[in-house]
Design a binder for this molecule. Structure first.
Ligand code: DGT
Ligand code: MG
Length: 241
């Protein structure tokens, strides 16, 4: 069945093969349906947290639980369906637009593909292509602009109606027109899902239920936008920049 979407890090330590600690004793909990923002300077460890939730890597010490279960005890296929990820770099496959939304999951039929493309505001640009949903793209994008690739990435991430949505700088490389299309869809897209947002622009994270501030692999502060401003700590400094 569908996950509830609770995420918990318990004393997580992580290093990439043979290197220094990238995450040091990181603990936090995200309730189902909450929106949490991860902020911090470049190299602070934000994307590494995402890499661990998706099990691109495993923790060295500690535990990551989703709905109370250690993700190492879960099936990769469940994790893949229940966690939708949009990153700054979109990976495309040579094939048509439909394939790039559903990938190898043949249970996502044409109707479902259209539905999710409408939902994420990708449908409009797809309709402008000569072959519409059958338009061929290449790994490098072909006729698609950066913004169009990003809209496809949103459609792909949401195709399985995931309980958890992760956005890592998902709009930082797109044109302003695409950004407003994404912004328009964002409230609808994140409703009813646990959402983790990473964005350099702090204006997009200030409405999060909770903001986690990372500094050199450790959690330095955690709270709402107002609480963190009042604290006059690291978030306050980042916000003033
Ligand atoms: P950003 O995206 O520039 O704002 O930075 P973060 O906060 O996303 O940082 P992150 O997690 O990408 O990097 C944390 C540290 O880990 C940093 O020293 C670079 C290093 N690192 C990141 N990805 C990899 C990787 O794939 N392999 C290795 N060996 N190191 C990595
Ligand atoms: Mg990053």
């Amino acid at each position: 069945g569908r996950f509830r979407g609770e995420i918990e890090f318990r004393n997580v330590w992580f290093a990439y093969e043979g290197e220094d600690w990238v995450l040091k004793d990181v603990s936090f909990k995200v309730e189902p349906g909450e929106t949490v923002a991860l902020v911090g300077a470049t190299g602070a460890g934000k994307t590494s947290i995402i890499n661990l939730i998706c099990r691109f890597y495993d923790v060295n010490r500690g535990q990551i639980l989703v709905d109370g279960v250690d993700i190492r005890d879960m099936r990769q296929s469940d994790l893949r369906r229940q966690i939708g990820v949009v990153q700054q770099d979109v990976f495309l496959f040579s094939g048509d637009i439909k394939y790039n939304i559903r990938l190898n999951d043949t249970e996502i039929d044409d109707e479902k593909i259209r539905e999710v493309a409408r939902y994420t505001n990708a449908h409009r640009f797809i309709e402008t292509k000569p072959n519409k949903y059958d338009e061929e793209v290449t790994e490098r994008g072909g006729t698609l602009s950066a913004g169009q690739r990003q809209l496809l990435a949103f459609a792909r991430a949401l195709a399985f109606d995931p309980a958890i949505l992760i956005l890592d700088e998902a709009t930082s490389a797109v044109d302003t027109e695409t950004e407003s299309l994404i912004q328009d869809a964002l409230e609808k897209i994140t409703r009813g899902r646990t959402t983790i947002i990473i964005a350099h622009r702090l204006s997009t994270v200030q409405h999060a239920d909770k903001i986690i501030v990372l500094h050199k692999g450790r959690i330095r502060e955690c709270g709402t936008h107002e609480e963190l401003l009042e604290k006059r700590g690291l978030y306050y400094k980042l916000y003033l920049l």
